[in-house]
Design a protein around this ligand. Sequence first.
Ligand SMILES: NC(=O)c1ccc[n+]([C@@H]2O[C@H](COP(=O)([O-])OP(=O)(O)OC[C@H]3O[C@@H](n4cnc5c(N)ncnc54)[C@H](OP(=O)(O)O)[C@@H]3O)[C@@H](O)[C@H]2O)c1
Length: 431
Amino acid sequence: MASTRLLCLLRSKAAAGAATSTQTLARSVSCRRHVSTSPSTQQSCMSAWVIDQYGSNGVLKYSEEAALPVVKSPCEVMIQVHAASLNPLDLAMRGGYGAKLLKLKRDTASVMNQDSEFPLILGRDLSGVVVDCGSEVSEFVPGDEVWAAVPPWKQGSLAEYVTLTEYEVSHKPQSLSHTEAASIPYVASTALSALVFAGGLCRDSALNKRVLIIGGSGGVGTFSIQLLKSWGAHVTVTCSHNAEGLVRGLGADEVVDYTPGDIAQRLEMMEKFDVILDNVGEDTEQWAMDLLKPWSGSKYVTLVTPLLHSTDSLGLLNGTINAGCFLCTKAAQVMVSKGVFYRWAFYTPDGPALDEIRRLVDAGKILPVVEAQFPFTQVPQAFQKMEQGHARGKTVVQVVENDQSEVAQQNMGTDTVDLDLGDQQTAKPAS
Ligand SMILES: NC(=O)c1ccc[n+]([C@@H]2O[C@H](COP(=O)([O-])OP(=O)(O)OC[C@H]3O[C@@H](n4cnc5c(N)ncnc54)[C@H](OP(=O)(O)O)[C@@H]3O)[C@@H](O)[C@H]2O)c1
């Protein structure tokens, strides 16, 4: 029975105070927004992991000549990335998933004139420090510690620098190190999109609502459990038997092991649910609708949709029409036959929503769940770890190694929370 210690850390108030004073100093010296502390006005390149073609892990290349993403519009913020984290989307995008739709979103003209999307930089989460701001940026100044989820149609965070719009960025929780903070933004934005916009839940309406999370032990699941518990919902989780300690430690009220195979029957014996969040897909749609309260506004929300596969295989127009028809038909069938809503959910960039999450994190209601950490030199190993599956929270890449801000925070004292991972095998984090 191997027990693994997770990095679920609540930082000391002293560390938070130190961070605040740094930010105050930065604010006091930056009266105007367009103040740059970026490395050098001469610099036009940066280090990044890029891909020049789609494929398996071999396509990941370390480059010191990736284009520096300088601020080009008044509402942009340039960030030095201290830590990034990986999501299943990074694995999929490495192999070409969503290429057609994301290319269109990146640059409409490029689809018409066959321009290449390469070199591409993967990585959707970041925690870092603002180094430059456009002239109309009002919420951030150079020196601010921030976190963000980088939209998949923008250059990613496995790089020294990322530039995003102000709207996509949020101040990082003061109680977390960059490594911990980088584990949250993409899963948080996705979970909020799924639970709030598709699932109709919110802080004021979730109290005592019965929510089933199918696949509770990965990135989205471990975050969603904590968010729902902070809202007062009753949370049931399906996961593998060796993740039970983890999800119970995060607050799950009831846990059902899916591995014996009769998951639908065992869930049917429980009181029916108001909302189901499906992080797994596969055959769940065949049985999950029967678990919802009929004719009472209950909702099945899935994150595993065929939209991008459809546009990849059928082209943009046919693929979108095909997926849209499937969604409408299925939603109508499910409503008529079962009296429940059927919905797809997608990650949505939303800095202000991350502000809300920051408050929950700094109040100790949401903990980062970091399963493995890799240095920037070992990004391919981090992808290999993700490929093994069976995630328990997140895999983080430390872009700034020996990050002095993290060392300082750790030296000032750290409370740790141990979560029992049972007898699962986890990847050995890189030292
Ligand atoms: N639509 C969107 O915009 C969007 C955004 C984010 C994520 N997603 C998708 O949402 C899904 C979840 O994302 P994630 O980041 O949480 O993935 P993840 O970190 O890889 O976690 C998946 C978890 O599901 C567990 N699992 C696998 N099969 C299961 C089953 N049959 N029943 C219960 N648990 C099972 C896995 O552990 P074991 O295998 O050990 O059980 C793992 O802990 C992924 O498919 C991802 O691509 C979609």
